[in-house]
Design a protein around this ligand. Sequence first.
Ligand SMILES: C[S@@+](CC[C@H](N)C(=O)[O-])C[C@H]1O[C@@H](n2cnc3c(N)ncnc32)[C@H](O)[C@@H]1O
Length: 284
Amino acid sequence: MLLDSLQTISIIPAMILTSTLSPKPFIKWAGGKQALAHRLFQAFPADFERFYEPFVGGGSVFLSLSPHKAIIGDQNQWLIDTYRAIQDSWEEVASVLDTLPNTKEDFLRIRKMLPASLSLTERAAHFIYLNKTCFRGLFRVNQKGQFNVPYGEYDRRYYDPFNLEAVSFALQETLIRPGDFERALFDVSCDDFVYLDPPYYKLGGHSDFNRYTEMQFREQDHLRLAALCRELDVKGVKWAVSNSNTVFVRHIFAGFNIQEITARREINLNSQSRNIIELLITNY
Ligand SMILES: C[S@@+](CC[C@H](N)C(=O)[O-])C[C@H]1O[C@@H](n2cnc3c(N)ncnc32)[C@H](O)[C@@H]1O
């Protein structure tokens, strides 16, 4: 069944879209900071040259901030390819999305395709499609890189053309870097500002969602991140890090400013949520 809303949007000529919208995430992403973005901005420095976000995920902070110059990165190659395709031509991504039907059979057929076998545009369209049609917008791939979240049976449109155009616009002055956070930060300088939102360190007894890629973000990666933050501090680069309110995180960032922030988070598969305290650590 093709969604009615999709049929409607596919007849809007791309030429007439001159979106003045502030861009929003075009996918659902675990750990997304959309509800917190404005609270975080109050804690960000008033001005800086370039904005670095090496764990960009769904991009809620980068997109709400819409900085003049930015460098974004993520270890999830498929996600990074999707940003690149939208930067190149959001219209082409949208036109492939318009051809993908929202049925369980089509979902299973599309889910089987390996991203490496597709063009950049198709890869991006499949990424958005799977995110919008799978169970709760989760991301999980097997060892071969095949997506393996079940069908979600949601009757919703895959994208808003005005928003996709606004996202593409925000990406025009942005460098997009795949891979590990250390690589994304190799050329940062003291006039720049870095916001870091890694997969959270597990809360006591509960394992936090930690599988955005084939790999996990382990304790040694948190230690590597804290060591890099100390190096950046010595170079005079300002940074802010989000993480869980744990003894471990407080310990590895000891000596920096640690603020507690109350956030609403989903706690189980039934979408129940509750307020929890997270940390925002800054070196300024
Ligand atoms: C908590 S999410 C970021 C959420 C984002 N702030 C948002 O609002 O959607 C963490 C991100 O880090 C990425 N990631 C995991 N390990 C990484 C690594 N070693 N280097 C860079 N990114 C990594 C994941 O793919 C995921 O997108």
